[in-house]
Design a protein around this ligand. Structure first.
Ligand SMILES: [Fe+2]
Length: 390
């Protein structure tokens, strides 16, 4: 994040002696991006962050692709999946390529009540965006706590040790695992990093972790480190949330989709006006309630289009999506390159004269083709490719 945040106690200078509350020496950890050449934070631990008690088993993870390989439009009704697991074991892969994996999860267990026992988690190879479709809870991390709720994009850069607890009620998550860093578009910022006047959000819309007192506990603390191809399990000899203070630009943060300020035009504006986050190989866009175009002959919904260089995923959150028929809340469509897509028959006529839309959706456009995971074929609508027949 291009904002400086400080929590708890930190020394006056980096890399000097530091005895919080006059006690034992604290252990500094620099967490930095692109070697030592990009954003970073300095964290001060009560125990050496390097102390590993045991290297446990490695669990390989491979995402099985769908057996039937046909190139077509897909409609996955993801809310038909039964809730299960915790915020990690409950994930079901939907589509994937070398840059990104998209999952849904509807966890029934908080970290405390997980069937696999309480554990800590850190993604070692990827950033994660967890979009909270329904539900609420708390994310506990080495940086402090974040309360989350409906509509939140929780952005967790790699290397952040954390856990998630959920409040009562149904939780539905749409998860984006990104091999490259997830960032605010550079075009939204001035040369000093401040978000520009005409960007769709500003610094006030972002939430950083709140301070939580350091946990000074020794014992056995299982941690699961996610790599691109599996989980490595370790046991630490101390509580991983033993940070007395930190400062810097690198930390988990939240932006709520309802804080996205949409742009509208006299005639239809294309999806780049909904741009929210960028990463290597894909972009994330937010479709939020907005007024429609006001040209006297405006067509409020999009024209058919062939994005010849990208696969397009839309996850439908709420409201009536004007350009799509037969969609449920929690549906996800995949419109691959090589095929045009657009509104189904009858929707253009229906949209004429409409002045506003209440649609809420998250779009992920990738620049490499996506593969469909086998896990999602059970909720794939076989008739969707024919939904454009009059
Ligand atoms: Fe599209």
């Amino acid at each position: 994040m291009p904002f400086y945040v400080k929590r708890g106690d930190v020394p006056d200078k980096r890399h000097i002696q530091f005895r919080p509350s006059g006690g034992d020496h604290a252990y500094e950890e620099l967490v930095s991006r692109e070697g030592f050449s990009d954003i970073y934070s300095n964290l001060y631990h009560l125990h050496p962050p390097t102390a590993v008690k045991s290297v446990a088993e490695f669990e390989a993870v491979t995402i099985a692709p769908a057996e039937k390989k046909s190139h077509r439009h897909h409609h996955f009704r993801t809310h038909r999946f039964e809730p299960k697991g915790d915020w990690i074991s409950g994930r079901r892969p939907l589509v994937f390529n070398d840059d990104v994996v998209l999952y849904v999860a509807s966890p029934t267990d908080s970290a405390d009540s997980s069937e696999s026992g309480r554990f800590y988690y850190r993604n070692g190879n990827a950033d994660e965006i967890i979009f909270v479709h329904t539900g609420s809870g708390q994310m506990h991390s080495m940086y402090g706590e974040l309360d989350f709720g409906r509509g939140d994009y929780i952005v967790i850069p790699r290397g952040v040790t954390h856990q998630m607890d959920f409040d009562d009620g149904e939780t539905r998550l749409f998860i984006i695992e990104s091999r490259g860093p997830v960032e605010i578009p550079k075009t939204f910022r001035n040369e000093h990093g401040q978000i520009l006047e005409d960007a769709p959000y500003c610094e006030r819309d972002f939430r950083a972790p709140g301070y939580v007192e350091a946990r000074d506990e020794k014992g056995e603390f299982p941690i699961r480190v996610k790599l691109w191809n599996g989980y490595q399990r370790y046991v630490l000899d101390h509580h991983p949330f033993d940070v007395v203070g930190w400062d810097g630009f690198y930390y988990p943060w939240i932006f709520n989709i309802n804080d996205y300020m949409p742009r509208v035009g006299k005639i239809h504006l294309p999806p780049p006006v909904h741009l929210t986050f960028v990463a290597a190989g894909f972009v994330v866009c937010s479709f939020v309630p907005r007024l429609f175009d006001w040209h006297e002959n405006a067509v409020p919904i999009p024209y058919a289009h062939s994005n010849v260089d990208s696969d397009e995923v839309l996850y439908y959150v709420d409201g009536q999506f004007m350009s799509r028929k037969g969609i449920e809340i929690g549906s996800m469509t995949l419109h691959p390159a090589g095929l045009p897509h657009g509104p189904q028959p009858g929707l253009l006529e229906k949209s004429l004269g409409a002045t506003a839309t209440n649609e809420l959706a998250v779009m992920v456009d990738t620049f490499k083709p996506l593969r469909v995971a086998d896990a999602v074929t059970s909720v794939d609508d076989p008739d969707y490719p024919y939904s454009w027949l009059a």
